[in-house]
Design a protein around this ligand. Structure first.
Ligand SMILES: Nc1ncnc2c1ncn2[C@@H]1O[C@H](COP(=O)(O)OP(=O)(O)OP(=O)(O)O)[C@@H](O)[C@H]1O
Length: 642
C-alpha cells in the first residue's frame, strides 16, 4: 500500500452498514461470496475493537482509523532525536476492515458465512483469528453468545433441516493445541494424535465428536470444553487464552459416519505477541516467567508456521510447509490443519486489533503480519493499491468543490507519477461512486458447479433470513433454545458411541412446534460436570426444596415451565460468570503471594492482600448463593403449585 496516499484528511468512519449492501442469495449471479475472483482461497480481514472502559478511563487515544471498507490507518506516535513528537501514519488495505461498531453478525456475513456455504458444497474451510492478547479474538470467534461459531452453527443447523441435506448430520469436536500437544476439550483433555488417512484427510485420532443439531446443545458442549481450556492471566487480558483452540463442525453422512461431506474449523489462536510482551501479571514469579517464556516460544513458532502455510496456499505453491510446528504439524509430522489448507479449501483470517495508543506497536505488528499473509502476486497487489487509492481519494473528495477536487486529483497524480506508480483515477470512476469493496465480477462461486439449493431458496439478506423461512429471528436468543420447550424434553438414554465415556447419554428431543427436528446426543459427563452443574453444595440453605409426595405436576402450566427454564439458564450463566471471577481472584492472589515472597516482601503485606481476597471472595460467594437461592425458591414454589 502506498502510504503517501494516506497522509491526508481522513473522514471519520461510522461503522460499515454492510448488511444492506449484501446482494440477495436468491439470484445465482449475485450470491455474495467474498471468496471469488482471481484468488478466492484466502481472505484476510481486520477487526478493530472499541476502546475498553479502562482505556477510556486512562484517556487513551484511538489511533486506528477505519477509512472505508478495506483500509485502516494507524497513527503511530513517535519522538525524534531532538525529542519533538510527531505522528507517523501507516495505511493498510485488506479484503475487509471492520470498525469498532461492526457487530459479530456483520463480521460473520463477510467472513464465515461464505465458508458455511462452501462446506455444504463439500469443501473444507477454516476461519481463524489472529491478534494481540485482549484484541478480541475470542470475542470474535468463540464468544458463547455471538461468536462466529454460534452464528455459523445456527445456519448450519438450519440448512441441515432442508430436504436436500437430510442425509447429513453435524459432528462437533473441540480440542486445543497447548505447548505443542493436542488435547481433547470434550474428553477430559485426553491427549490426541493426528494422522492421515488413505485419502490424505487428516484425522485427529481419538477425538470425541458429538452429533449435535441445535445451537443450545452446541453451546452446552462448547461451554464444557471451554472450562477445561488452558487460560491464564496476562497484563492485557485477565482471561487470556494460552492455547490455540479449534472447534470443528464436520458434516458427515448420517447412514455412514465414515463418509465425510464438509468441514468448518474455527481457530481461536493464543495471543500473537506472547513471548515478547507478557504483561505484568505474568512477570510476578520467576517460575511463571520461565513457564510463559517456553509457552510463548511455542506459540510464536506455531503462528509463524501457520503464516507460512497460508502464504504457500495463497501463492499456489505445490509444497506447503506443513512440517514446521505442532499447530501445522500436530504430533508426528502430520498437520492438524492440513486439510483446511490444501486443495480446494477456503481460509479466512481475521486480524484483531486494539485501537489504543499504548498498543500501537502490537497493532502494527499484527497488521504487518496480516499484510504478509496477504502478500499477493503483483497484479493483485497493484489492484489492491489502486482500490486503496480509490477509497482514500473518494473519502477525501466528498464535500469538496469541483475545483478542489481537480486540485487534489492533480496533486495525487503528480505524487504517484513521481513514485513511478501512476494510477489514472478517472479510469476507475472514482468520482462517480465509491466501491464497497466488491468486485464487479463477483460471481456466485465463480464458475464452479453450484448445487441447486443455493440458487433460489435463499431469501433476501435484507430480511436477515438467509437460510429460509424457518430461520429464527435470532438463533441465539433465549427464546430460540429448544429447551424452552420443556414438554419436548425426554430423558431417554442411548449409546451414541462405543466409548466407555459415553455409556449414558441424554437425548433431548425437539418439540414439533420449534420447527427443529431430530435429537441431540450430549454425553452425560458433559452435562453432569459442566461448570454450570459444578456449583457448590448449597444444601445448608434454609430453603427446603424437597419434593412433596404428591406427584400431580400436570397442574404446572407450559408457560411456567418455560419461565422456569429461562430462569435456570440465567442462573447457570450467573454462576458460571462468578466462577470465572473466582478463578481469576484465586490466581491473582496466588501469584501475588508468591511474588511477594520471592521479592522479600513482608508477611503483613501478604496478610493485607489475603484479607482483601477473602472480602472479594465472600462477595462473589454471596452473589452466587443469592442466584442459586432464588432458583431454589422458585423450585419450592413450583412444588407447592403442583
Ligand atoms: N469487538 C468488540 N466489541 C466489544 N468488546 C470487545 C470486542 N472485542 C473484544 N472485546 C472485549 O475485549 C476483551 C478482550 O477480548 P478477548 O478476550 O476476545 O481477547 P483475545 O484476543 O481473545 O485475548 P487472549 O489472546 O488473551 O485470549 C473482552 O472483555 C471482550 O469482551
Amino acid at each position: 500500500m502506498d502510504a503517501s496516499l494516506a497522509g491526508r484528511r481522513i473522514s471519520p468512519s461510522h461503522g460499515r452498514g454492510r448488511a444492506s449492501t449484501l446482494p440477495t442469495l436468491s439470484a445465482r449471479s449475485r450470491i455474495p461470496s467474498p471468496f471469488v475472483g482471481a484468488r478466492p482461497q484466502i481472505r484476510v480481514c481486520v477487526r478493530k475493537r472499541p476502546l475498553s472502559k479502562k482505556e477510556l478511563l486512562r484517556n487513551e487515544k484511538d489511533i486506528a482509523t477505519v477509512n472505508g471498507p478495506r483500509t485502516i490507518l494507524i497513527n503511530e506516535p513517535k519522538t525524534k532525536v531532538d525529542l519533538t513528537k510527531y505522528v507517523e501514519q501507516h495505511a493498510f488495505v485488506f479484503d475487509d476492515v471492520f470498525d469498532y461498531e461492526a457487530n459479530n453478525e456483520e463480521v460473520y456475513k463477510r467472513t464465515a458465512l461464505p465458508l458455511v456455504e462452501y462446506i455444504f458444497r463439500g469443501g473444507k474451510a477454516t476461519c481463524f483469528a489472529y491478534g494481540q492478547t485482549g484484541s478480541g479474538k475470542t470475542y470474535t470467534m468463540l464468544d458463547d453468545k455471538q461468536g462466529l461459531y454460534v452464528l455459523a452453527a445456527r445456519d448450519i443447523f438450519n440448512l441441515l433441516q432442508r430436504p436436500e441435506f437430510n442425509h447429513l448430520a453435524a459432528y462437533i469436536g473441540f480440542y486445543e493445541i497447548y505447548q505443542g500437544q493436542l488435547y481433547d476439550l470434550l474428553n477430559q483433555r485426553k491427549k490426541l494424535f493426528a494422522r492421515e488417512d488413505g485419502k490424505k484427510n487428516v484425522i485427529i485420532a481419538g477425538l470425541q465428536e458429538y452429533s449435535i443439531d441445535n445451537v443450545d446443545a452446541l453451546m452446552q458442549v462448547f461451554d464444557y470444553g471451554n472450562t477445561v481450556r488452558s487460560t491464564g492471566t496476562t497484563g492485557a487480558n485477565a482471561d487470556s487464552s494460552r492455547s490455540h483452540a479449534i472447534l470443528q463442525i464436520v458434516l458427515k453422512h448420517k447412514k455412514n459416519r465414515k463418509k465425510f461431506h464438509g468441514k468448518l474449523s474455527f481457530i481461536d489462536l493464543a495471543g500473537s505477541e506472547r513471548g515478547a510482551d507478557r504483561g505484568d501479571a505474568d512477570k510476578q514469579t520467576r517460575h511463571a516467567l520461565y513457564y510463559v517464556e517456553m509457552e510463548g516460544a511455542e506459540i510464536n513458532k506455531s503462528l509463524l508456521a501457520l503464516k507460512e502455510c497460508i502464504r504457500a496456499l495463497d501463492q499456489d505453491k505445490r509444497h506447503t510447509p506443513f512440517r514446521q510446528s505442532k499447530l501445522t504439524q500436530a504430533c508426528c509430522n502430520i498437520n492438524v490443519l492440513k486439510d483446511s489448507f490444501v486443495g480446494n479449501s477456503r481460509t479466512c483470517m481475521i486480524a484483531t486489533i486494539s485501537p489504543n495508543i499504548s498498543n500501537s506497536e502490537h497493532t502494527l505488528n499484527t497488521l504487518r503480519y496480516a499484510d504478509r499473509v496477504k502478500e499477493l502476486k503483483s497484479e493483485r497487489d497493484r489492484a489492491d493499491r489502486v482500490a486503496a487509492g480509490l477509497e482514500l481519494a473518494a473519502n477525501e473528495l466528498r464535500g469538496l468543490t469541483d475545483e478542489q477536487r481537480q486540485q487534489y486529483y492533480s496533486e495525487a497524480q503528480a505524487k504517484l507519477e513521481a513514485e513511478g506508480d501512476y494510477v489514472n483515477y478517472e479510469n476507475y470512476g472514482v468520482y462517480d461512486d465509491v466501491d464497497e469493496g466488491y468486485d464487479d465480477d463477483d460471481q456466485v462461486f465463480g464458475d464452479e458447479e453450484v448445487s441447486d439449493f443455493f440458487e433460489e431458496e435463499f431469501p433476501s439478506d435484507e430480511d436477515h433470513d438467509l437460510f429460509g423461512e424457518e430461520m429464527p429471528s435470532d438463533g441465539i436468543d433465549d427464546d430460540d433454545f429448544i429447551s424452552d420447550n420443556p414438554g419436548a424434553i425426554s430423558s431417554s438414554f442411548e449409546n451414541d458411541k462405543d466409548s466407555s465415556d459415553m455409556m449414558s447419554t441424554l437425548t433431548i428431543t425437539e418439540s414439533p412446534i420449534s420447527g427443529r427436528n431430530t435429537s441431540t446426543t450430549i454425553p452425560s459427563h458433559i452435562q453432569a460436570s459442566s461448570s454450570y452443574s459444578s456449583s457448590p453444595d448449597y444444601s445448608s440453605s434454609a430453603i427446603n426444596t424437597s419434593r412433596p409426595s404428591d406427584n400431580s405436576s400436570h397442574s404446572i402450566t407450559h408457560q411456567e415451565m418455560e419461565d422456569f427454564l429461562k430462569r435456570h439458564r440465567q442462573t447457570l450463566r450467573d454462576v458460571s460468570d462468578t466462577g470465572k471471577q473466582e478463578t481469576k481472584l484465586l490466581a491473582n492472589f496466588t501469584l501475588g503471594m508468591n511474588s511477594n515472597s520471592d521479592m522479600g516482601g513482608t508477611h503483613e503485606i501478604t496478610v493485607g492482600a489475603f484479607e482483601q481476597y477473602l472480602d472479594e471472595l465472600d462477595g462473589l460467594l454471596e452473589s452466587k448463593e443469592r442466584v442459586i437461592s432464588e432458583l431454589r425458591r422458585k423450585i419450592t414454589q413450583l412444588w407447592r403449585r403442583s
